[in-house]
Design a protein around this ligand. Structure first.
Ligand code: NCD
Ligand code: ZN
Length: 371
């Protein structure tokens, strides 16, 4: 591998075709429930040591008991001996009990709260109708140091869907950050150059996650030769120049941009429908997809920091101690995945990727930075 960066963070790069990274985390994923959980969860758990698990189940995860029960179902869905820590989140509603959230955070059950504007995306009907309604909750989060994760879109019939994120920055995020300057906020799955600039200009309490697919899909991809439901997610992919800004931000080494796949599996028939669901299932080849983008940008040496260091540092959690290895070896992605109960078209379906996830160890690399 030709590492062009002098500031390479890569733990070891014995030869050009092997990429070894500190174990990464996924800071935004949908693991679902029931048969979809049984099918999907291990794709995340095999590549990532920890993941921030989205709470948009039906009904949503709003109590400590619900989060604990969901965490147990996740762990039960994984093979024995899989080392994986689901980091649970609380779904904010207009009526959410802030004492319950604070209790869950104190007990180590909740890692963060998730703000879905009502109606913004899949299973967000119970979300917040106006951020003013949760002002006292935000105050409490700021006091206890609990991160607020936001789906950054304003939903209003008079706002064009491609403008929803930019309007959110102005109408919601700016007043929230002004009122709560100590609140830790993650702007999830950013899709615009506006958000990149906003995060860069903000203080150290604002970060953003970037998905694998928004680094590769722009809005034209949804209409390539016909309607492409498997390229549809929310926030919807934007113009090419926004994708380019995201690629630059992700590969820049800026510590407040980090990995969050937003892998969101849906049944094939629910996406290929007259009113298809939003969501892209990227978990099976998440690291390979990011590696491909970083390689194309000449920034493979910065992948480890993006995937394994900036997230935990922002959340105030320890870095993982094991490693994962990718090999530069062609990998054909299936056109369809699933089992008896679910059928899902994955991200990169029918494409050949340049990298392949090869190995994961729990061994501490012989590296000064880990001591
Ligand atoms: C997510 C889902 O399906 O739960 N869909 C998506 O397009 N990203 C919800 C979300 O994160 O917006
Ligand atoms: Zn999501």
């Amino acid at each position: 591998m030709s590492l062009q960066d002098n500031d390479s963070q890569t733990l070891s790069h014995d030869d050009d075709d092997v990429l070894t990274l500190r174990e990464p985390d996924d800071w935004h994923v949908h693991l679902r429930d029931g048969p979809m959980l049984a099918f999907a969860a291990d794709y995340t758990a095999r590549q990532f040591a920890r993941a921030i698990v989205m709470p948009n189940l039906v009904p949503p995860v709003t109590t400590v008991a619900a989060a604990e029960a969901y965490r147990t179902r996740i762990l039960d869905a994984l093979p024995e001996n899989r080392r994986f820590t689901p980091l649970m989140t609380a779904y904010l509603t207009d009526e959410i009990d802030r004492e319950e959230i604070a209790k869950g955070f104190r007990n180590g059950v909740f890692t963060a709260c998730k703000l879905y504007p009502a109606g913004a995306t899949t299973h967000s009907a119970a979300g917040v109708t106006s951020v003013r309604k949760i002002w006292p909750v935000l105050e409490r989060l700021q006091t206890i140091g609990m991160p607020l994760l936001v789906h950054g879109e304003v939903v209003s019939p008079d706002i064009d869907i491609f403008d929803r994120e930019a309007v959110f920055l102005e109408k919601v995020l700016t007043p929230v950050l002004a009122a709560f300057p100590g609140l830790k906020v993650v702007l999830e799955h950013i899709t615009t150059e506006d958000s990149v600039g906003f995060v860069e200009a903000a203080g150290s309490n604002l970060a953003a996650t970037i998905t694998a697919h928004h680094l590769r899909v722009d809005r034209s991809a949804m209409f390539e030769g016909g309607l492409r439901p498997h390229a549809y997610c929310l926030p919807v992919a934007k113009r090419r120049r926004h994708k380019e800004a995201l690629r630059k931000a992700a590969t820049s080494g800026h510590p407040r941009f980090f990995l969050g796949t937003d892998s969101a599996p849906h049944q094939k028939h629910e996406k290929e429908s007259a009113c298809g669901c939003a969501g892209i299932f990227s978990a099976p080849t998440a690291l390979e997809s990011y590696a491909q983008t970083f390689a194309e940008e000449g920034a493979l040496g910065r992948l480890e920091a993006f995937a394994s260091e900036f997230g935990p540092r922002f959340y105030g959690l320890p870095l993982n101690k094991g490693t994962v290895t990718l090999r530069r070896e062609p990998q054909d992605v299936p056109e369809l995945m699933g089992d008896d109960n679910v059928h899902v078209v994955p991200f990169h379906a029918s494409e050949t990727l340049a990298w392949r996830f090869a190995d994961r160890t729990d061994q501490t690399p012989d590296d000064d930075r880990l001591r």
